[in-house]
Design a protein around this ligand. Sequence first.
Ligand SMILES: [Zn+2]
Length: 127
Amino acid sequence: MLKIDKELVEFLCATAKNMHPDEFASFLREKNGIITELIFSPVSFFGKTGSIIDWNSLPIDRDIKGTVHSHPIPNTSPSEADLYFFSKFGKYHGIIAFPYTQETLVFYSNRGKHLEYEIIDSEKRKF
Ligand SMILES: [Zn+2]
């Protein structure tokens, strides 16, 4: 199962809210098997027509395993363009739909299959 850091989920909700009604898109970086970081591509384009990422601008980083983007409508289903995009890169792809809460964050595989995920509270794992 996918594991995602609790703080990152909160940050994701806040970022999507800030960008609304525009979409945002970013890469997801893993650390020790847990998704912990958003990486914004320097030439990402955000707008009402959708998010465009220039893959060539992506730093070569093997810890980047997926992407996430927002939907300004309450619909977490990937569009046809999303599915095409998912098939091109990475292992998993998140969609966070309006009103941008944990409940409206959904992950898909690169083939568009729904993926379960677990939220990890890393504060509790520190010692
Ligand atoms: Zn989409």
